[in-house]
Design a protein around this ligand. Structure first.
Ligand SMILES: Cc1ncc(COP(=O)(O)O)c(C=O)c1O
Length: 401
């Protein structure tokens, strides 16, 4: 039996201020994204047949492979943060800079030349490079060792200068920051630490468009989620969703939040267990590239400490199982093309529900026949070679040899 680790926070305080993730802000930011010509709400897929099979009330999966043609949700954060940076630089309100104006020659001339710098496992950098390219500005992107060539090429297609370093993600972040400081470039990172909090908070706010769409769709269907599962690297995405859903479902309506990480680099799991910010350095290897981060976003960690009940960590075979199950659904359910980081929570939880071995975890999470589960498939097949190796050829099997 492959191992799933769990740590739970029994007395969460609901104290950290999450008003920056409230419904009004989300609505305003969704309107900003909705003005992009490539905007289209991504599908919220209902897997009712699988829910029956696994003896839960219902299962919903938000499919972010359709986001702006970029195969992942991350562009929502980078595009909103860069919009805010541009508006600030021009002394304007972002409301007066809808997409067509933001990318116009008038604005380009007013701004002059700008260079945006970031580090990425793939998806965030692609979103930053895409936005910079739309603005006819430059971008420089650093990527960690082991990065798939397809992810490099997708960022280069956005006219970015990409360098793969023999470093891990967190070391790439430091190098990107130093380069930006030395040259007066704009550093746009999707994680925060003491003294670097404003831009990462905008990025987290940008991610709310996705949760806002989920919320609207569930409201239309008159469905109330009981459990929301979120994958985490540095925790920005998870905290943005936790903050938003805790705001829109207050009090007794609050869903149970569970955070999922790779077991080889589980900085939020460890930080919840020890109740202090744990940094994981050195070398680690996981197929969940987007979740391979060892240093929690400080703001996100405060949100998760105060609002998330459970933290899980598991190995690559669970992510692979999630990819296969989403790509080959039960008859009558729709398929979702989901990548390694996108499918991780789904892979873990469907195993928990299906196998008696994990009954204790199922109980601890409070899952039963009335539960309504929400997952976010945060990316599609962003590394197609690995996707085919896993989904077609059965790499990273769930079953022990
Ligand atoms: C596809 C995907 N899912 C989830 C995450 C995790 O987001 P965060 O680092 O904000 O926790 C990432 C981060 O790059 C990602 O690319």
């Amino acid at each position: 039996m492959k191992q799933i680790n769990i740590t739970s926070q029994d007395n969460i305080k609901h104290a950290f201020d999450i008003s920056f993730l409230n419904e009004d802000r989300a609505k305003e930011i969704a309107a900003y994204h909705q003005a992009f010509p490539m905007y289209k709400e991504t599908p919220l897929v209902r897997l009712s047949n699988l829910a029956k099979r696994l003896h839960v009330g219902d299962i919903f999966v938000k499919d972010e492979s359709h986001r702006f043609g970029l195969n992942a949700f991350k562009v929502l954060g980078g595009s909103y943060a860069i919009g805010r940076i541009v508006a600030d630089k021009l002394g304007m309100d972002l409301k007066d800079l809808p997409f067509e104006r933001l990318i116009s020659d008038e604005i380009r001339d007013k701004l002059g030349e700008m260079t945006f710098v970031t580090a990425t496992d793939g998806n965030h950098g692609r979103g930053v490079a895409w936005t910079a390219n739309q603005l006819k500005q430059k971008s420089i992107v650093f990527m960690p060792r082991g990065t798939a060539q397809e992810r490099v090429e997708n960022i280069e297609k956005e006219n970015a200068t990409v360098t793969v370093l023999d470093k891990n993600y967190d070391e790439c972040v430091q190098i990107a920051n130093a380069l930006a400081e030395e040259n007066g470039y704009v550093f746009v990172q999707d994680t925060a630490w003491e003294g670097y909090e404003e831009i990462p908070a905008w990025i987290m706010q940008g991610y709310m468009t996705m949760s806002y769409e989920i919320y609207q769709s569930l409201e239309e269907q008159k469905v109330q989620p009981t459990h929301i599962f979120l994958q985490a690297g540095v925790g920005s995405l998870a905290a943005a969703a936790v903050g938003f859903f805790a705001n829109v479902y207050p009090g007794d309506k609050k869903p149970v939040f569970t955070i999922v990480e790779p077991d080889v680099v589980d900085c939020l799991f460890q930080s919840a267990k020890k109740q202090e910010r744990v940094l994981i350095g050195g070398e680690y290897s996981t197929i969940m590239a987007g979740l391979a981060c060892g240093e929690p976003n400080t703001t996100a960690l405060n949100v998760l400490w105060d609002y998330a009940e459970h933290f899980l960590s598991a190995g690559d075979s669970f992510a692979a199982h999630g990819m296969r199950l989403l790509g080959h659904p039960m008859t009558g359910d729709e398929k979702v093309v989901s990548g390694e980081s996108g499918a991780a929570p789904f892979g873990v939880i469907t195993k928990v529900l299906a196998e008696e071995n994990y009954a204790d975890i199922k109980k601890e999470l409070g899952l039963n026949e009335d539960s309504v589960l929400v997952f976010i498939s945060t990316e599609g097949d962003t590394d197609r070679k690995n996707y085919e190796d896993i989904v077609w050829d059965g790499k990273y099997p769930s079953v022990e040899d």
